[in-house]
Design a binder for this molecule. Structure first.
Ligand SMILES: [Zn+2]
Length: 164
């Protein structure tokens, strides 16, 4: 499971490490079983995986205006709201990708990051989930219909601990 590096509070259900990050599912436009329009979670319940690529905010313009396509779905790629072309993540590498339901009861919302998404928090303004024990910023929940569905923990903010 994952715990807060600062205070040790448990932040997830029991998880097993996947050997690699699964490909992010493409959104098919249908409502999921919970009634929300969003793609399936990147990782299944009870699992986590390490994302070797930069993930999350901040986002910077990508030099190739044709770069963003179906080979780069999810949270690493988005249209630039201020201009032509696309933005790419300049966030941390090595984030721990989890199913949002595995941490829903263990995290607190970050009041500084109240984004309004189409169907859920897009997660583009930065980490939006806090440790409920000490208030440390620990993770980003991505739950809008336009991106991947996952909760990414910051590698420096959490520890991986064996479940006692
Ligand atoms: Zn904490």
């Amino acid at each position: 499971m994952l715990t807060c590096a600062a205070c040790g509070t448990r932040l997830t259900e029991a998880l097993r490490l996947l050997p690699e990050l699964p490909p992010r599912p493409e959104y098919d436009g249908r409502k999921g079983p919970d009634g929300f329009r969003r793609p399936p979670s990147t990782v299944p319940r009870g699992a986590f995986a390490v994302d070797p690529e930069p993930s999350g905010a901040p986002y910077v313009p990508h030099p190739d205006p044709e770069w963003c396509d179906s080979a780069n779905p999810g949270n690493s790629c988005m249209g630039d709201p201020d201009g032509q072309g696309f933005l790419t993540s300049a966030g941390p590498r090595g984030t721990l990708v989890t199913h949002p339901e595995d941490s829903r009861d263990h995290l607190a919302d970050n009041p500084a990051r109240q984004e309004i998404g189409c169907c859920g928090p897009p997660g583009r303004e930065g980490p939006n989930s806090l440790c409920p024990g000490c208030g440390s910023v620990v993770a980003t929940l991505y739950a809008d219909c336009t991106g991947a569905y996952e909760t990414d923990f910051l590698p420096d903010a959490v520890r991986v601990e064996a479940v006692a």
